[in-house]
Design a protein around this ligand. Structure first.
Ligand SMILES: [Zn+2]
Length: 336
């Protein structure tokens, strides 16, 4: 029998164990469990929605976690460490809800867990709290191998990614996609969950990494920062002000480049116009193609040369001239 949900946010549900549940639970108990001794409830461990830390699990990660969390015990308070006060996950399932979309537009996927605990007098208070909907927010503790950038897809800790979680890039707010889980440590009920829907928070444990440590580079000007970064020869990290300096520098370079491009286009037009006048035999289409291969300086040189030649051709001796060298006020010298 499917446990009955009694909470609004699918955090916790209760029910009695059926044959299948008893069989699964038996893998974790020394003696054969009896239905009347067990209390069953479900929790949503985590999902693929972006949480308050701007992080979310990938669907593949939820799939891996669904295997890793089977058999993992829950922590309710520190006294729960003793064996008779343990809630344990005996079954998990990744549930995809096509009718509900995440904030970034993909179907909502959550990792649901079925848990059991012994019906002991010590556990009664907790059972009452679960049934009353007081205990419903769950936190998971696990380790992941990768924290991928939602904008570029690279690991946020790698030098290939230049984004920061929370900042807007390419019209999207950058968040971390927690991927490749390697271990599931524990889960517990908490007061304030990090994840919006599931009411789940997660604590990330530091994981052993073979990645090289980033080198912090010194330097304030973009040139100094670039030199130091190249000299470091590996993964480097920049301070926010260094990043800002590089970003401003790039902006200036971009606007300069746009100006240079405009000037070059003007110069090319001039060269073509001058060539039509001074080198009428030249094929203008071929000339245009040739210009495309020249540097801006070469085009400028050509413009000057053709301009000078054009001037020379324009200054021509009049066909008729008066004796005193002055141009006639009327056209009489031209009359025959
Ligand atoms: Zn990135």
């Amino acid at each position: 029998m499917e446990p009955l949900s009694i909470t609004k946010n699918a955090g916790t549900a209760v029910g009695a164990p059926d044959e299948e549940a008893l069989g699964l639970i038996a893998r974790f108990t020394r003696s054969t469990p009896k239905a009347e001794d067990l209390y069953i409830f479900t929790v949503t461990l985590c999902d693929n929605e972006i949480d308050r830390d701007n992080e979310r699990f990938s669907v593949e990660a939820l799939q891996t976690l669904s295997e890793l969390f089977v058999g993992v015990t829950g922590i309710f308070d520190h006294s729960m460490k003793s064996s008779d006060q343990t809630a344990r996950i005996y079954k998990t399932q990744v549930i995809r809800d096509e009718s509900k979309l995440t904030s970034y537009g993909e179907p909502y996927v959550r990792l649901k867990a079925w848990c059991y605990m012994l019906r002991t007098p010590k556990n009664q208070e907790l059972i009452d709290e679960i049934e009353g909907g007081i205990k419903k927010e769950v936190s998971v503790s696990c380790s992941v191998q990768a924290k991928l950038c939602s904008v570029c897809g690279h690991d946020l800790r790698s030098h290939e990614c230049c984004h920061a979680v929370g900042e807007t890039a390419q019209g999207k707010t950058c968040h971390a996609i927690l991927s490749e889980p390697t271990d599931a440590y524990e889960w517990s009920f908490v007061a304030v969950p990090a994840q919006k829907n599931a009411g789940v928070s997660k604590s990330m444990r530091k994981i052993a990494s073979t990645k090289k440590q980033d080198t912090t580079v010194s330097g304030k000007t973009p040139e100094d920062i670039m030199k130091a970064a190249v000299a470091a020869g590996g993964n480097v990290s920049l301070t926010p002000s260094q990043l800002q300096a590089m970003a401003s520098y790039l902006e200036i370079m971009k606007s300069d480049a746009a100006l240079v491009k405009e000037q070059r286009q003007d110069a090319e037009k001039d060269v073509l116009a001058l060539a039509a006048f001074t080198l009428p035999e030249a094929d203008t289409v071929m000339l245009g193609e040739m210009l495309g291969k020249l540097s801006s300086r070469e085009i400028e040189m050509l413009r000057k040369a053709l301009g000078a030649r054009g001037d020379a051709l324009t200054v021509c001796t009049p066909a008729f001239r008066q004796e005193d060298g002055k141009a006639a006020p009327d056209n009489s010298p031209f009359k025959i």
